[in-house]
Design a binder for this molecule. Sequence first.
Ligand code: ADP
Length: 310
Amino acid sequence: MLLNVEQVCKSYGARKAVDGVSFSVRRGQTVGLIGPNGAGKSTTVSMICGLLRADGGSITLDGEVIGQGASAAKQKIGFVPQDLALYEDLSALENLRLFGALYGLSGARLKERCAQALALVNLADRAADLPSSFSGGMKRRLNIAAALLHEPQLLILDEPTVGVDPQSRNAIFDTLEALQAQGRSLIYTSHYMEEVERLADHIVIIDHGKVLADETPAALYQRLPAQAALQVELAGEPSAALLSGVQSLEGVKGVEHNGASLSIALLDTAHAAPVLAWLSGQGNPLLHFSTARTSLENIFLNLTGRSLRD
Ligand code: ADP
């Protein structure tokens, strides 16, 4: 195990921001930390980086306890904070040189690492430009490059797509996927389930400072009461008998209709074919149908009764 977070707590005055959070990250693994605003994600990752002192619990990286002050363990972490920390009157490359020097790099090694990091985030051709001429997404990518200069084993990104346009968002994903291919470990915080689902092989759901689930995306899907939705367009409005008939079929978790359109929640997609077969024998011709996987976003609603975002 690369990182172990055990029963970590942090209060701000009387408010418990993080209340007994535990999870771990294996080498080469990407863990998505997901929860609504105020769930405690930033506080958790700040403690992992040693920027905030935990009130209780323990955090170990490669077996070494993370505390405050400089340590070898902290050198193994790269942190991309939510707040951008770039010098606007220095070029992209000069910014990186400065960050690299702070990590103790110099000479040919510093030059080489800056070039590699710029190439990885796809900003090599903008090395001489000022960050003030960059979009929000390009600045974020420069921040990612800065966090990678010392070749950390674990890269922690706190909501890296906030305030970023869709094109840059994809460029950030490309960069992160390249890091995954290099075998790097990542922690990615977000309040967007689709982002976490795309990148993470393990999802930690947190709310009110507590872990609600810590599983693979596939295992989380299994916890959804309805994993698939079947949309059916009939020739005419369904009768009450047809609706109750559908409702009683195996694997059907719920039925709603709007005029001649039926929306059927299914335990999983395997139940779509028998439901369609049954419907086609009811004397109300079936004009069109489609199936879709239920969004994993619903798991949060399911666990808390609230949605992930307002
Ligand atoms: P998230 O990153 O999931 O949005 P945070 O870790 O930023 O959540 O915040 C968790 C809780 O702690 C929230 O209720 C937030 O208002 C509170 N909080 C965060 N930072 C501070 C701070 N510096 N002082 C007081 N309260 C804070």
